[in-house]
Design a protein. Sequence first.
Length: 577
Amino acid sequence: MEKHRKPYWRTALQVGLVAGVVLLYLGTIGMLAAFQEREVIYEIVSLGQILIVFPSLVGGWMAARRVQAHGASPVVAIASSVLAGIAAAVPTLIMLVINANVENVRDVLVNINRDWVDIVTFGNRDDLLAGAVLLLVVLAVASAVGALLTLLPGKLRSALIFTSALVLLVGMFGETVRQILQQLLPRETLDSIYRRTSLRVGPAVIIFVLGFIGSYFWAYRKETASRSAPRAANVTPRSLTQRIIVFIVLAIVLLALPLIVGRALSDILVTVGLYVLMGLGLNIAIGLAGLLDLGYVTNYAVGAYICAVLTSTGTLGLTGGQMSFWVVIPIALVAAMITGFLLAMPVLKMRGDYLAIATLGFGEILGTLAISDWLRPVIGGAQGVLFIPKPNFFGTELVNPEQLYYIVLAACAITLFISIRLNNSRVGRRWMAIREDEDVAAAMGIDTARAKLLAFTISAATGGVAGAIFAAKVGTVFPNSFTVFVSINVLSLIILGGMGSNPGIVVGAIALVGMPELLREFSEYRWLIYGALLIFMMLNRPEGLIPSKVRQRELAAESPPESTPNPTSAAQPAIGD
């Protein structure tokens, strides 16, 4: 029994020290001090306090899960988590001792100052012993709470985590939420919910209670539906009615969204919509046909420049601004498809990494041509194309982001419909066969060259439309707007959302493009938070946030089955004993 306990404590110490290093790192970069004054719940919880306990909470959760996986009892799991919490305090305690005895620490670590000491000792700056004990107790309790969460029933645990996260998010993004609510509520009501950007205690309790009831009921309904799923193989009239109702509600929400969120967030929605549009197009090449295209920005740039030179009222405008935006859209679409067709011709025999490098080269060639003197008389070179007019709809100039949003929404809806139809068509089946094994697909009689050429051509179309809308949105087009990072971002949102999944592309675009904009209120720390969230999402959902069912089956077939230990094997003597 003794030799089984040692790994438990070693695991707890390892997890706890990692959590402690994270806590110390947040202090050394000044994140704790910067967020200490940012109250999440007014006069109750600050963001700095959350950052102190969160690493230990997660560490306690991980320590408990790991020791439980080796057959530890709940008591041992909780004890291991408490030990992890104590270990999490060690790096900070060591730094407190160094700071108190070494004079020039701040010359190297500028953020290890009196404010940091006051935060990690919970106001006991003049009594470091009491502050150290309090830090040990707080982190140990936080780790124990993380362990207790693992012992709760699944539905109750999910409801608590979701509701707590909901309350914290509503408090953390108080500025954004307040900006949305001021479109719907009078000032007096809004002040009763928020004290400036901090959530008041009463509304926080109401959100927690309502969120807990709703999430618990949702988990219960989901469990009930999963149990009855084998009996409901076909789509029943009732399920069809529910889908129609969900579709109608979703359509109403999307149409009313600009009126709810206001101008600033509508501008973010337009940018997210453009990436959704490009993601749906690139998903045809990558998600369905398995063609790794890193030069997708070429289609985006072609659409933008076509719109620019055909509608600009400046010296580079070919029509002097006489051509309508609505006429240019199909021209940009066809131009992008021709570009996709021409660029696909030389690379049809390439696969995998070689195809990616070749398409990446096309993007670099386009960037060089865009700033060259050869094309300067046509597209302006490094000076770009200016004076691109806004779209005009029945005499109304669509200037505001709230108005441009509906153009992007219509383009995304049409593209989504076409993409769904392609998924369920014979062409889509051919693409998926090529993605799985091109040699087998060719042996089955599929013309792989023709299918790949069609995939490149069709996927390029939405890039051209997105580029034309982008040009009309910003009013100017410059070569530095079409770098390879556009292609990488589109590819990343497809991977993040789920390869081959249309809903996943929407969620991936929101996470990859919209999240950095929402995190702007965290100033210079927004990219650190953003990167940590991306790593967390990909570690927990490597197949994507909303993977397609086909992709889920493929990943399940590729991954080897987990070996489960035989509880009786330890009691059986080995052969020859």
